[in-house]
Design a protein around this ligand. Structure first.
Ligand code: FPP
Length: 240
């Protein structure tokens, strides 16, 4: 099926990498890079709304990020709490619905309460869903979905791809159309493994705090150049 070249991707997923290097370049502690990363995210949320993107999913803290030095981990937790209190009203006014995806068991009560408040107060917003992957890992997601399916009594022979998808943390969203990773690394790093089966990947050398509308448009333009076949063949008039 030919792709409508003007249609924006419905769902964009981003690995916001390069905050630490951005700070280092300025002789600042890494924390300041993450802080600048939050500001970049707020701008990209508005840019996605302006481009009629329905879902933006960002990797804010991976299951593996606990391995970072404890002061960076606690700095990130504090930053996220501060970001929720600073930007929640603004996100609400922008029409953003916030969803948290990831394992909430390991986070503090304070952060869990902040997530619950962010989700419930934005529940009825419809402009854009911002999925914040926090304490998230793609392998964790597949395992937790399988466990939930077993606990729900799904018989083995009925556990199809579609059935398991119902139990995944991103069951409320279509699979990402476009996956962007900033910061120059070319890997998935255990993000959305199940959901990116047919996603288009764009890797940018730009450090996340410097990623803005121009870079987003470049990624969307690259996406529009792709020929998405979803495992099928391209239909041409001669073949039709
Ligand atoms: C990767 O850069 C970035 C992170 C691990 C954290 C990203 C988190 C935010 C921008 C905060 C999000 C906040 C909310 C409220 C959603 P890095 O530290 O790996 O950078 P480096 O590769 O240059 O060291």
């Amino acid at each position: 099926m030919a792709q409508d070249r003007l249609a924006p991707p419905r769902h964009v997923a981003i690995v916001m990498d390069g905050n630490g290097r951005w700070a280092k370049k300025r002789f600042l502690p890494r924390f300041f890079g993450h802080k600048a990363g939050v500001d970049a995210l707020v701008k990209i949320v508005q840019a996605c709304i302006d481009r009629d993107i329905e879902h933006l999913t960002v990797f804010a803290f991976s299951s593996e990020n606990w391995k970072r030095p404890s002061d960076e981990v606690s700095g990130l937790m504090g930053l996220v709490l501060a970001a929720v209190s600073r930007y929640l009203a603004k996100m609400g006014a922008m029409g953003v619905r916030i969803r948290i995806v990831g394992d909430r068991d390991a986070v503090s009560d304070k952060l869990r309460n902040a997530w619950n408040e962010a989700e419930s107060s934005t529940l009825h917003n419809t402009k854009l869903t911002l999925n914040v992957a926090f304490n998230y890992g793609g392998r964790w997601d597949i395992v937790q979905a399988t466990r939930k399916a077993i606990a729900a009594g799904v018989p083995a022979d009925e556990l199809t791809e579609a059935k398991l998808s119902e139990f995944m943390a991103m069951a409320h969203a279509p699979d990402p159309d476009l996956f962007i990773r900033t910061g120059g690394e070319v890997r998935i790093s255990n993000f959305l493994l199940w959901q990116v089966a047919y996603t288009e990947f764009v890797f940018s050398d730009c450090l996340w705090p410097e990623f803005g509308e121009r870079e987003l448009d470049a990624a969307i333009a690259a996406f529009h150049e792709r020929d998405r076949r979803f495992g099928g063949v391209k239909e041409t008039p001669a073949e039709a």
